[in-house]
Design a protein around this ligand. Structure first.
Ligand SMILES: [Zn+2]
Length: 232
């Protein structure tokens, strides 16, 4: 054991790493303990073309394929992971989830025809307050696993969206759509984009992003992948 490895092991014993899902001490696992790992409520959407995720977008915007990695839960491991990713500065949790989410869809070649991964953007003020965009963390993990590049300079959030709850669905979509800017003059001709978000609830944000992209690049193909899907 060299000095550096010895030092690392001393530090590890002084500050044992804990599981990001249940806060129990980890032995040799990375980030999540085996129990938490196996308790993740995987959706298996990627195995079914018409699933609960894609149903969200029927009649709203054409997508090639869509899936969420896990089902959202307001408690337990899922809540813990998403909370730490969004509010506790744990960017690496998003990267970790991205890699796991990429691995699970490998058997159906989910990424085989995807050219670019684009995360749903945050307004730059919000991003500087949070320190990063949690959707970018997920995109980074997917990208590292699949070797497909991700880009954060194509789709930008230009307006902080006010409370949407009192607006009609159409008003909401128009409002959200206007709040995104798509960089023109990038060669996206016939390209297949994978739009990624953290949690899909009504699908309004992803729908607006897809519509904003298709407005500037009408022949672009869009698929979607999120960390989680909420129960409605
Ligand atoms: Zn755990």
């Amino acid at each position: 054991m060299n000095a550096q490895t010895a030092l690392k092991s001393i530090i590890k014993n002084l500050f044992p790493e804990t599981c990001a899902g249940c806060n129990n001490r980890l032995s040799h696992e990375n980030l999540l303990c085996t129990d938490c790992m196996y308790s993740l409520p995987i959706t298996d959407h990627h195995k079914i073309a018409n699933n609960r995720f894609t149903n969200h977008f029927l009649g709203r915007v054409k997508i090639e394929k869509g899936a969420a990695y896990i089902n959202f839960r307001k408690e337990g491991v899922v809540q813990e992971l998403l909370h730490k990713l969004k509010y506790r500065g744990k960017f690496f949790i998003g990267v970790f989830l991205g890699k796991m989410a990429a691995e699970i869809v490998e058997d159906v070649d989910y990424f085989n025809d995807i050219d670019i991964i684009i995360p749903v953007p945050l307004h730059k003020v919000k991003e500087s307050i949070r320190g990063y965009n949690q959707c970018e963390a997920f995109a980074k993990g997917l990208s590292e696993y699949s070797n497909i590049p991700y880009r954060v300079d194509i789709l930008l959030k230009i307006k902080n969206t006010s409370s949407q709850t009192k607006k009609s669905r159409i008003e909401r979509i128009e409002n959200v759509e206007k709040s995104f800017f798509v960089t023109p003059d990038i060669d996206l001709n016939e390209k297949h984009i994978l739009l990624v978000d953290d949690v899909v609830t009504t699908g309004a944000t992803l729908e607006a992003c897809a519509l904003a992209l298709k407005k500037i690049y009408p022949n672009v193909k869009i698929s979607m992948y999120t960390i989680a899907i909420a129960n409605e």
